[in-house]
Design a binder for this molecule. Structure first.
Ligand code: SF4
Length: 302
């Protein structure tokens, strides 16, 4: 399923250096199995035959990434159809239940209190308001309701966290799947969310380990991976992806995919976002991506 995500990442990322581009091209050529057969074609055949794997090398991911775009599109779609009913799309509604005033320094985010973006910090929404929004989402056809809070972490926010557990229970009781994105969580909190009925937890890695310090300094890559592990261990589905258009190189996109594809269990959901540059954030001048092929929404690893 790596290929399906690759299709979304192919765009105008800058090469970090010329020599690495040449090496990438050489690696891609070396990975072709037969004349005219790309790494995308070879990996699609293997995935359909043997199922997903977690032992990818970065070079293999790089080779698939550099397969011709139409090969990625065709073979990625084949793998997707093999694992999923291609006529099915899940409609989800995302609500920001606590907006702004975040202590983190994610350089793309208008909700950080460090940047002057005009976003006013708000308190956690009341139960009535959240449940009303979930009901409206359900009536509009959504089968999953996602709640996002602009926090570094939930540790030390017992009252708010207990409120959110209550929201999760209530919305599950309405027959909807529930997802949360609340920043970093600890083992105990993951277990409590699971007990409340949480379906999935979103925590994105954003970019490659190497490029990450250019984007965020207030929490580490390993802390993010630790949260994903707590979520996985608690039996909650993992939703984790990244953002393109942060000024990263192609090898950073390959690096992000490599990290996700070599997790002990693949995330059930891999959201690939494109940066919307917001005035007042450090990335305000980033150019809009001219994406060759971009599929909106989440892509599921089979
Ligand atoms: S942790 Fe989330 S809300 Fe806070 S600055 Fe980063 S992206 Fe924004």
């Amino acid at each position: 399923m790596v290929m399906v995500v690759m299709m979304m990442l192919k765009s105008n990322a800058r090469p970090r250096s010329r020599p690495s581009s040449i090496l990438s091209a050489a690696a891609a050529a070396a990975y072709c199995t037969t004349a005219g057969s790309s790494a995308a074609a070879a990996e699609a055949d293997r995935t359909i035959r043997d199922g997903p794997r977690n032992n990818w090398t970065r070079e293999q991911i790089n080779s698939v990434y550099h397969s011709p775009i139409l090969d990625l599109l065709f073979h990625g779609a084949q793998v997707h159809r093999h694992a999923h009913n291609f006529r099915e799309v899940q409609q989800c509604t995302l609500l920001s239940i606590k907006t702004g005033g975040c202590s983190e320094d994610c350089s793309y985010c208008p909700q950080s209190s460090r940047y002057n973006t005009g976003v006013k910090p708000q308190k956690l929404m009341t139960k009535d308001a959240v449940i009303q929004a979930a009901q409206k989402a359900k009536e509009a056809g959504s089968t999953r309701f996602c709640m996002g809070a602009a926090w570094r972490e939930t540790v030390g926010r017992k009252t708010n966290f207990n409120q959110i557990l209550d929201y999760v229970k209530e919305i599950r009781g309405m027959g909807m799947e529930v997802c949360c994105t609340l920043g970093m969580i600890e083992k105990q909190q993951a277990l409590e969310l699971k007990k409340a009925g949480l379906t999935a937890y979103n925590h994105n890695l954003d970019t490659s380990r190497e490029y990450y310090p250019n984007i965020i300094t207030t929490r580490s890559y390993d802390e993010r991976l630790e949260t994903l592990q707590f979520v996985r261990d608690a039996g909650i589905n993992v939703c984790s992806g990244g953002i393109i258009g942060l000024g990263e190189a192609e090898e950073d996109r390959v690096g992000l995919l490599h990290t996700l594809a070599t997790l002990p269990t693949h995330p059930e959901s891999v959201p690939i976002n494109a940066l919307v540059a917001v005035k007042g954030t450090p990335l305000q001048d980033q150019k809009v991506l001219t994406v060759t092929v971009y599929i909106l929404g989440s892509v599921y690893f089979g």
